[in-house]
Design a protein. Structure first.
Length: 542
């Protein structure tokens, strides 16, 4: 791989896909060659040749090189800055081919001349090259074209106390291509948890041919990961949807994350991590831009998922006296409205009890249709953009006038009928009567039925029923919700188990794979909502 080919004031980077997990051991090696363009001194081939480690993403590195290039071709990034100028908390390991008097205060050799030094150099948090106190040594070579093996080893020595930094020992080794004497430099340093790794060759006034080639056992590392925050926003307000906190996805640096609505679940690119958004009641998914995961960039590692609020329909219910009720002084109770998404079935309201001796004689809808019961009236009705109205007509029980004895019995009958006439919703619990009361139960008046006068015999039966004790069921019914278990489908016939994940603070760990320019693992997962569980797929790309 040609980094620079006989061109002055130039730089060539080769950056690896993603980032390196610095909480794990890392080793990387390769062969580097240099040849001066015209000078007999082989080290007059440029300014730097070796490795770089930086917490910045590849896009940032490329933009940093462009933005710090002056009109005359000089740069605050390469040349004497070794390719890491402007990159905060970054490291260069390799040959420093020119002894600059203003920034190279350690090492041997003639100032402002070609140098055979190798060094481990760092920048501070402002991206400025640290000028002294760095490990360096001289590694001479008299060949016209020099080819050497360079290797870096990283051994973490501490478990990070937070999600940002880790301390360890960095070792740089250089030896001749034919396996001659090796020279080693080491330094104990603290680095970001996830670092981008690459190779760099740069030239200034001195220039030549700088190349890199891989070796068989070149790379052993784990891919670095970063957290991606997924926000759920209302399209109209651009604010977070109430009671729906952000989710967190752990993903490899450099990978592309896509978040899809359920209507797009079949449109999946296996070269990306694709996640299904949760369904939010009252909302529909609109859009979510894809994201390339950046290294150590929490501000930009954010996906905003936009939802549109669905229109809501309302249904109003009210009691109203029948026109034939003479005394309407008793206030009728208020029935609460119900609401739901447009085209969803109208919900039955809870009906408060009516005064004694009153019952629902009919129900009138918005368009004037009449029904015997409210259940019949709302059957098949759906919420609309226009509000719905249901009027429950209330009539009074008519008590016939008879002799005193029968009047007393009829009064008891009316009270009983009114008590049974109170409407309950369809989910109410029924209390079973004793078996011997079957005949009497058939005579009971439903709340939505207009009562008729009974004979004296029937009144006796009713009185008998009232005096009978009620029997509760031996066992009340219990609703059992079946929660589906998380399942895994291995696309490549390799089973892989994942833990169930929940809507809030979702954390999906995506494992990395070692290898130069490794594509790693590509997964299709699911962001879940409100304690629901969905399938989780994994595709391993070899």
């Amino acid at each position: 791989m040609n980094l620079v080919n006989n061109k002055s004031k130039s730089a060539g980077y080769a950056l690896f896909n993603g980032a390196i997990d610095m909480t794990q051991k890392v080793s990387f090696s390769g062969n580097f060659s240099l040849q001066a363009n015209s000078s007999t001194d082989p080290f007059a081939a440029g300014d730097s040749l070796g490795f770089i480690l930086t917490p910045k993403s590849t896009d940032f590195i490329a933009n940093n090189l462009k933005s710090n290039l002056a009109a005359d071709g000089t740069s605050n990034v390469v040349g004497k800055y070794l390719g890491i100028g402007g990159l905060s908390d970054s490291i260069f390991m390799g040959r420093d081919l020119y002894q600059n008097s203003d920034v190279d205060l350690e090492g041997s050799g003639t100032e402002n001349a070609a140098s055979n030094n190798v060094s481990i150099r760092q920048t501070n948090n402002l991206g400025e090259l640290i000028k002294q106190g760095y490990p360096t040594t001289s590694v001479p070579n008299t060949c016209r074209t020099i080819t050497e093996n360079m290797k870096i080893d990283w051994q973490p020595s501490s478990t990070p106390t937070n999600d940002k930094n880790v301390t360890g020992e960095l070792t740089y080794t250089i030896s001749s291509e034919n396996g001659g004497k090796a020279t080693t430099l080491s330094e104990k340093i603290t680095v970001a948890r996830s670092m981008s790794l690459g190779i760099i060759g740069s030239t200034g006034g001195n220039f030549g041919r700088l190349t890199y080639s891989s070796t068989e056992d070149e790379f052993n590392a784990y891919k670095g990961t970063q957290s991606v925050q997924v926000n759920y926003l209302d399209q109209d307000t651009n604010q977070s949807i109430t009671n729906f906190s952000p989710s967190i996805i752990k993903a490899n640096v450099g990978d592309t994350i896509k978040v899809l609505g359920k209507q797009l679940r079949d449109i999946v690119d296996i070269n990306t991590f694709s996640f299904l958004t949760p369904e939010i009641p009252g909302y529909i998914f609109v859009s979510a831009p894809p994201l390339v995961v950046a290294n150590n960039d929490a501000e930009n590692n954010v996906i905003n998922v936009t939802y549109k609020k669905l229109p809501i329909g309302k249904a109003h219910f009210n009691y109203q006296y029948s026109s034939d009720v003479v005394d309407q002084s008793i206030l009728l109770p208020i029935i609460h409205d119900t609401e739901g998404e447009i085209n969803e079935a109208v919900i039955m309201p809870e009906l408060p009890n009516l005064p004694d001796n009153y019952y629902i004689s009919k129900v009138v809808t918005t368009d004037g249709q009449q029904y015997t019961t409210l259940k019949d009236a709302i059957s098949g009705e759906k919420y609309k953009n226009q509000e719905l109205h249901f009027t429950l007509i209330v009539s009074k029980v008519v008590v016939p006038t008879t002799n005193d004895n029968n009047s007393s019995k009829q009064s008891s009958t009316a009270e009983r009928k009114n008590e049974q006439g109170k409407q309950t919703n369809k989910d109410s619990t029924t209390i079973d009567q004793p078996q011997e009361q079957e005949t009497i139960k058939k005579e009971a008046i439903h709340k939505n039925e207009k009562p008729n006068s009974e004979s004296n015999d029937t009144s006796k039966e009713v009185n008998k029923e009232i005096n009978s004790p009620l029997k509760l069921p031996l066992k009340m019914p219990t609703e059992i919700s079946q929660i589906p278990q998380s399942s895994v489908v291995a696309i490549n016939n390799e089973q892989s188990k994942y833990p169930n994940v929940s809507a809030h603070n979702l954390e999906i760990q995506v494992a990395g794979t070692a290898g130069i320019f490794a594509g790693g693992v590509v997964a299709i997962g699911t962001i879940t909502g409100f304690n629901k569980f969905y399938k989780f797929w994994k595709i391993v790309r070899k």
